[in-house]
Write a protein that binds this ligand. Structure first.
Ligand SMILES: Nc1nc2c(ncn2[C@@H]2O[C@H](COP(=O)(O)OP(=O)(O)OP(=O)(O)O)[C@@H](O)[C@H]2O)c(=O)[nH]1
Ligand SMILES: [Mg+2]
Length: 340
């Protein structure tokens, strides 16, 4: 972080960290550039901000007529309770898993480098969905230049390997290295599961670094049915990602992901109701542990959040219809009635 920054810049920094929508992130970047003190000590950061503005503007502009870039935008707008990106070496079965878990039509092929563009799909879990984004592979030979940008809105990574392929021992470190070069760091710590004795050092000072909680997915377990294989792999690689074993072919282990993500991301479901009407129990809004009534109101409508006065709540930690303020914490399964 540059020295002697103004409170205005600090505010812009905080807004950037929280922004998820690409367009919102672009606005925040412009605000950062506007507010950063312009002197020698901030030149690097200024250049970094400008590069990101350029990249994101190009992404948002979509296909360029007669230009280098063509095809759809590579940033997927987050939807559902969280966005998870699929990363892995070529041919590991990322797209096969995506198809099986979300019902998408992502291309599957028996040869490497089948996937060329991001494909979004929704993984259902109970009454919510997680968004899974299938991506092209990462290898020592190649990584799509836009891939890092596509990871920016993600809440986490599914690191998918072919557990029957001994080459994954070389592939995984290469992937981690390539991402780290671009300031994307795959982390084993998830908010809802902090393994004992792990404290990962992060350089929180750096605005553009991205730390993404990661789950290792050992795919193709039908080809290597040793249930301890993934533990041995992690031991050999010196990694401590939580791991799930799956087979896209047989469907084994696929139904564990939703439950895992729900717990690891500490998703909190909140139902809403209008005064005098029954609860809208079909579609909850989702926040994370530590979320407040105000956060739920923001999801319902920005204007409601702005003029929110109080809420009535039903749930385990309140008495029925209890009146609470906008800063009241919500718990999974709560119902709120917003008064504004
Ligand atoms: N036996 C077995 N084969 C699988 C499994 N999952 C995927 N495959 C096969 O592995 C090959 C590659 O699958 P894809 O899903 O295209 O792999 P990918 O990781 O998306 O590949 P790229 O897009 O090239 O990175 C295909 O022939 C799949 O049928 C599995 O669980 N078991
Ligand atoms: Mg693929």
């Amino acid at each position: 972080m540059p020295t002697n920054v103004t409170p205005e810049y600090k505010k812009a920094e905080q807004a950037y960290r929280q922004a998820r929508e690409p367009r919102e992130r672009l606005d925040c970047l412009k605000e950062l550039l506007r507010t950063i003190p312009k002197h020698k000590g901030t030149e690097h950061v200024q250049a970094d901000i400008k590069t990101r503005i350029k990249q994101l503007t190009e992404e948002l502009a979509g296909p360029k007529k007669g230009g280098r870039r063509s095809g759809p935008s590579h940033v997927v707008r987050p939807e559902g309770a969280a966005q998870l990106c699929l990363i892995g070496p070529p041919n590991a079965g990322k797209s096969s898993l995506h198809v099986s878990m979300t019902g998408s039509r992502s291309d599957v092929g028996p040869y490497p480098y089948t996937t060329h563009v991001p494909v979004a799909g929704m993984l259902p879990f109970e009454d919510i969905h997680f968004q899974l984004v299938d991506l092209p592979p990462v290898s020592g030979d190649f990584m799509e230049p836009w891939l890092i940008n596509a990871l920016q809105p993600a809440d986490g990574i599914l690191l998918i390997i072919d557990v029957s392929d001994p080459e994954c021992l070389e592939q995984v470190p290469v992937i981690l290295e390539r991402l780290a070069e671009k300031k994307v760091f795959l982390r084993s710590v998830w908010p809802g599961l902090v393994p004992e004795g792990t404290r990962e050092e992060t350089d929180a000072e750096n605005l553009f670094r991205l730390d993404l909680p990661t789950v290792l997915i050992a795919n193709k377990s039908d080809l290597d049915p040793d249930p301890e294989e993934v533990e041995i792999l992690e031991e050999l690689l010196g990694l401590r990602f939580p791991a799930l074993t799956m087979s896209a072919q047989t469907g084994d282990g696929l139904d564990e992901l939703g439950e895992f993500l729900f717990r690891a991301l500490e998703v909190v479901r909140v139902y809403t109701k209008t005064p005098g009407k029954p609860v809208d129990s079909d579609k909850p809004f989702t926040v994370r542990r530590g979320g407040k009534v105000l956060d739920v109101a923001r999801l319902v409508h920005r204007d409601i959040a702005k003029s929110l006065k109080f809420a009535r709540m039903w749930g385990e930690e309140v008495f029925d219809g209890q009146q609470v303020g906008p800063d009241h914490l919500v718990c999974d399964g709560d119902t709120v009635e917003l008064h504004f």
